[in-house]
Design a protein around this ligand. Structure first.
Ligand code: PLP
Length: 448
């Protein structure tokens, strides 16, 4: 390992999810192309996690970069309250077109399609916006139809929705938010539907929706990551289970919020993870892959009834949310280019081809006695390392694995003892071979 890969202790930069006291190696990245990152010293890394789940087509994807370049010379930024611009209009129309095409718009339980797009700039803010929209809807509903405004949110065990106070409140409680728990609001948690225990989760959801213990405390919304709980350890569940959840929410008039910040843009094999479940959520959160992973941007899509709840001749009814960079034109241009790719290229076929290649590796590793729970959905493969030590996010083995992979020129970042591969869709067979050969080796070295 060369000097440029070591921590520069004189740097004033405070990094995310980084324990600066451990002086772990910190490569300085100069360039990126496709699935490859190039360090300052010229060494290369294969980006096995899409730079934290954002890059979809590959780094510096030419059509996206040229859209950014063109937009940057025309309009860099403009206030979005009371003003609009062409890239944002294009993206909003594109998102509605895509949801219309890929999600059922004539769901008999909730016949109203997604009609409105609210922009923000990160996955966390898209979720904050979703929660505020849900509460705004019930506030107006109580005023117009009587009853109490609803505030309670139902969440799933092991979920992750972001790192702000609001999104930590609806996410799993653990070491990452222990310090802040006095500030987190109370939620109702239903179990993760592990294989064979789906009904227990559905029963818990139904009980929470019915709120029999306190009819005045009916929940406002359920928020869930469809099909895969990402940060919770790449935990999968089926489209049938997802659909059953949406049906319970519709039956009890509880808003269904799909946090597709990680799952959308093809990660689970289809454009949206809600697609195979044939459901349309009441509110849909998108970010990460929306610009192909090139620039920060997020969108929260809502059904008409939620938009309408914020429309009247009273200014006090408006939706009180904004980010300084709401719908930044350059980020929107990147998102528009990404939408154009999804509308002109056979992305599901490309993802299926990468998925099939990963499946062969996963099948091979499933017989490795250091591993258990080998799984794959779309372009996400995961496997759990059997260790004698602590498991979970703080497992001692995680930083050791990370360093081991880095030494082999691979960017992989295990979640505790769960090793996962979530690559850009341009990754080659050779690159996948390198990744899975190293995982195999890691099993021999670190497994028990
Ligand atoms: C990453 C993630 C978020 C948070 O997105 P940021 O852009 O990091 O704020 C929210 N929800 C899910 C499911 C995510 O994976």
């Amino acid at each position: 390992m060369t000097d440029s890969r070591m921590t520069d202790t004189s740097s004033p930069v405070w990094h995310p999810f980084t324990q600066h006291g451990l002086n772990e190696a910190q490569p300085l990245i100069d360039r990126a192309d496709g699935a490859t990152l190039t360090c300052r010293d010229g060494s290369e890394l294969i980006d096995g996690i899409s730079s934290w789940w954002v890059v979809t087509h590959g780094h510096c994807h030419p059509p996206i970069i040229s859209a950014i370049r063109e937009q940057a010379e025309k309009l860099d930024q403009v206030i979005f309250a009371g003003f609009t611009h062409e890239p944002a209009e294009r993206v909003a129309k594109g998102l509605i077109r895509l949801t219309d095409r890929h999600l059922p718009s004539h769901d008999p339980l909730s016949p109203d399609p997604l009609t409105h797009v609210f922009f923000s700039d990160s996955g966390s803010t898209s979720v904050e916006v979703a929660l505020k929209m849900a509460l705004g809807y019930w506030h107006r509903h109580a005023r117009d139809h009587g009853g109490k405004p609803r505030h309670r949110i139902i969440v799933m065990e092991h979920s992750y929705h972001g790192d702000t106070i609001g999104t930590m409140s609806v996410g799993a409680r653990g070491v990452f938010n222990q310090v802040y728990t006095p500030l987190l609001f109370d939620v109702t948690t239903i179990p993760y539907p592990a294989a064979g225990r789906e009904q227990a989760m559905l029963d818990a959801l139904e009980a929470a929706c019915r709120a029999a213990h306190d009819p005045a405390d009916k929940p406002a919304a359920l928020i869930v990551e469809p099909l895969i709980l990402g940060s919770g350890g790449m935990l999968f569940y089926s489209p049938a289970t997802l659909k059953a959840m949406a049906q319970i929410c519709a039956a009890y008039d509880v808003l269904f919020i799909a946090d597709e910040v990680m799952t959308a843009w093809g990660r689970t094999g289809t454009l949206f993870a809600c697609e195979p479940a044939e459901i349309t959520p009441d509110i849909l959160c998108l970010s990460k892959g929306m610009t192909g992973g090139s620039l920060p941007l997020a969108a929260t899509l809502a059904r008409r009834k939620i938009f309408d709840a914020h429309v009247s001749d009273d200014r006090a009814d408006m939706f009180f949310h904004s980010s300084s960079f709401t719908a930044n034109p350059i980020a929107c241009a990147a998102a528009a280019a990404n939408i154009a790719i999804w509308e002109s290229e056979d992305m599901p076929a490309r993802i299926a081809s990468r998925g099939a290649a990963m499946q062969q590796h996963i099948d091979r590793l499933s017989t490795h006695k250091a591993f258990t729970n080998a799984r794959r959905m779309g372009a996400i493969a995961a496997i759990d390392l059997i260790t004698t030590g602590e498991n979970g996010y703080m497992a001692d083995v995680a930083p050791k694995l990370r360093a081991f992979f880095l030494e082999r020129g691979l960017l992989l970042r295990p979640l505790g003892n769960t090793i996962y591969v979530l690559p850009p869709y341009c990754i080659s067979d050779t690159q996948l071979n390198q990744i899975f050969t190293a995982i195999d080796e890691a099993g021999h070295l670190f497994g028990s």
